[in-house]
Write a protein that binds this ligand. Structure first.
Ligand SMILES: Cc1ncc(COP(=O)(O)O)c(C=O)c1O
Length: 395
């Protein structure tokens, strides 16, 4: 069998080696603290599971319209108005199998071969790979850690060429948890208007913010017509396995995305769609409760890491990730084995602290590791303590 050339362009996941090692150790009964998770540790709230049971009993088990059931699209319109101060009509909405599929549909709809898409770095692992799958070129715009990853190192316009067609924003972000700066966003909007760029705003973590509430990109002046707002049930409601996301934007783009989706997955899961109607429009206290827990844990993990020598850490304003710079330890060693990058650092922590973290290189930054605080508070405390003890062994 000959596989397509396309596969050579896509990176295999660098996180897999560490995860596979962690799995082996767990199976051997080793007490591992897992701070690698990319999803909420809470079960899906019971009332949401009940909504799905009812949907199934009521027969919502068939194909739906490609762009989603009308009552869910209406619920999304209500949600976007209520939480984000955005006004859309139902023909500006598409329901997808997760935010991931919404972003992929969008890339396939706007990127031609050789077109460039600007991605802020550190980035969520799938953004560049999706651009490449659409035959485009990802262009990385590095975020400035000295300014809490709230804006890029260089002025935004310096990343734009005459091949640029889109920019992806992700605030609060995976992996750094930062909220983008208002001034930077205004700059992105200004340049995007001048150069007719599409802004793809991945707002997956929008409801998991702490001191400051999130403001949707499309709610900034001049941005509404340029922006595709992408969101998901996955993180807000702990519904990752349900595969339900959505996007809102210009009618023409939504129609193009539906055309693509119609030949790939048809529609998002019918039961998840039905259960999401009331989840979006009804009582929001379960989502708020989970948010408050992440906030408490954010404080624990931030304080714990700040007290470790040689670790530079930014305080996440949202999401459930923190992205410390651990490069002060590069060049150090234990028993003749030295650490020279984030993969070796993560392997060292797994071996000597029995803690799982994700190497930053997977997100475009080899000086960092990603720690997830979607884990119980006591586990987080234990993990940080163990990391501190293991770091003491290095010289
Ligand atoms: C930034 C970001 N966008 C999108 C997704 C995927 O979300 P979904 O489960 O809705 O496909 C994730 C999941 O990790 C993410 O971190």
């Amino acid at each position: 069998m000959k596989l397509a050339d396309r596969l050579d362009k896509i990176k295999p996941s660098k996180t897999m080696a560490v995860m596979a090692l962690a799995k082996d150790l767990k199976e051997q009964g080793v007490d591992i603290v897992d701070l690698g998770a990319g999803e909420p540790d809470f079960p899906t709230p019971e009332y949401i599971r009940d909504l799905a049971t009812k949907a199934m009993a009521d027969g919502y088990t068939k194909y739906t319209k490609v762009d989603g059931i009308p009552e869910l699209k209406e619920a999304i319109v209500v949600k976007l108005e209520r939480d984000n101060n955005l006004t859309y009509s139902t023909d500006q909405i598409i329901v997808t199998s997760g935010a991931k599929q919404a972003i992929y549909n969008a890339m396939m709809a706007v990127v031609n071969e050789g077109d460039e898409v600007i991605i802020l770095s550190p980035y969520w692992v799938s953004f560049p790979e999706m651009v490449k799958l659409a035959d485009g070129e990802p262009v990385f715009a590095e975020l400035d850690p000295k300014r809490d990853y709230r804006r890029t190192l260089k002025p935004f316009e310096e990343y734009v060429t005459d091949r640029t067609v889109a920019v992806v924003l992700n605030s609060p972000s995976n992996p750094v948890g930062s909220l983008l700066d208002d001034e930077f966003i205004a700059d992105v909007i200004k340049v995007s208007r001048e150069k007719s760029l599409l802004i793809i705003s991945d707002e997956t973590y929008e409801r998991i913010t702490f001191e400051n509430k999130y403001k949707s990109i499309a709610a900034y002046e001049g941005a509404a017509e340029l922006t595709l707002t992408v969101n998901s049930m996955s993180k807000t409601y702990s519904m990752t396995g349900w595969r339900l996301g959505f996007a809102a934007g210009a009618k023409e783009l939504i129609k193009a995305m539906s055309k693509i989706q119609s030949q790939i997955t048809s529609n998002a899961n019918s039961i998840a769609q039905k259960a999401s109607v009331e989840t979006l429009t009804g009582d929001q206290s379960a989502a708020e409760m989970m948010k408050d827990k992440y906030w408490e844990r954010r404080d624990v993990v931030y304080e714990g890491l700040s007290n470790l020598p040689g670790i530079e850490v930014n305080k996440p304003e949202g999401s459930f990730f923190i992205f410390p710079d651990v490069s002060a330890y590069y060049g150090k060693s234990l028993n003749g084995k030295s650490i020279n990058g984030s993969v070796e650092f993560a392997e060292f922590l797994l071996e000597h602290a029995k803690v799982v973290v994700i190497p930053g290189i997977a997100f475009g930054s080899d000086n960092n590791i990603r720690i997830s605080f979607a884990a119980p508070r006591e586990e987080i405390k234990k993990g940080i303590e163990r990391i501190g003890e293991a770091l003491n062994l290095l010289n």
